[in-house]
Design a binder for this molecule. Structure first.
Ligand code: PGA
Length: 243
């Protein structure tokens, strides 16, 4: 795991956007798993701009979902579906090779198996870019989750239910999520974890300097063989060791 502390959120986002571009430049049929959330928003808008300017061929790239709120329609602006459409797919004109979770699947076990099989048949994830939850979750891999899991349904913990309200325009009941598992994270050929802002400083400290444990899933990034943790100065402010 390699930690980089950036002087600003802009610089962090610029770097992360470049990483996505480089992945595609070195492999036209790259499989990308790009998280939703506030943290990667600027990364995606910079990536969109660069991809357009440089006329990058995205027709062979595959996009796989990280997670989704169960029972939230894709038309709801708080859904992961909607976020990816707004921030990536629509601006880039991408309409195919998109593999997202169905928040209303008749059978969630089958939905998880389908996603696992999609990722397997595509040869695995080349780049997985995730944020850091306030409770240390990765996707909806909540504290205490098993490292051995692939896609699964997860009961959301109280922090996620509460913090998740920020994505919705009105109070929304959030109970369960469907998510890729930590095994997907470990198996991703390249993982990027990013966070910015003072509010993430305490969880960053626990994740990077506390005990490595599934109680703080993001701490497991330290066991990943090819991971970059990208944070800004504010998010790094509680770290004893900064670079
Ligand atoms: P955020 O979410 O980027 O909106 O802070 C991160 C997460 O919950 O994983």
């Amino acid at each position: 795991m390699e930690l980089t502390v950036f002087s600003s959120y802009d610089k962090l986002s610029e770097f992360a956007a470049e990483q996505i571009l480089q992945t595609i430049k070195s492999k036209a049929e790259a499989v990308l798993c790009l998280a939703t959330g506030e943290s990667p928003k600027l990364t995606y808008s910079m990536f969109v701009q660069k991809a357009k300017e440089q006329k990058i061929d995205l027709t062979k790239v595959h996009f796989v979902a990280l997670d989704e709120w169960i029972g939230i329609p894709s038309t709801n602006p708080g859904s992961c579906h909607h976020f990816l459409k707004e921030n990536l797919f629509s601006p880039l004109g991408i309409t195919k090779n998109i593999h997202l979770f169905d928040a209303f699947a008749a059978d969630y076990t089958k939905e998880c198996e389908k996603m696992n099989e999609t990722i397997r048949s595509l040869g695995g994830i080349d780049l997985m870019l995730v944020g850091i939850g306030m409770n240390g979750h990765i996707g909806f891999n909540e504290p205490g989750t098993l490292e051995t899991l692939y896609a699964h349904v997860q009961e959301l913990d109280s922090t996620t239910r509460q913090v998740g309200q920020k994505y919705f325009t009105e109070k929304t009941e959030l109970n369960k999520g469907i998510t890729l598992g930590l095994s997907h994270f470990f198996e991703a050929r390249h993982a990027i974890m990013l966070a910015n802002g003072k509010k993430k400083s305490s969880i960053i400290k626990s994740a990077l300097e506390g005990t490595i444990s599934t109680q703080i899933p993001t701490s497991l990034v330290r066991k990943h063989l090819n991971a970059q943790v990208l944070i800004d100065q504010e998010a790094a402010s509680e770290l004893a060791q900064r670079n």
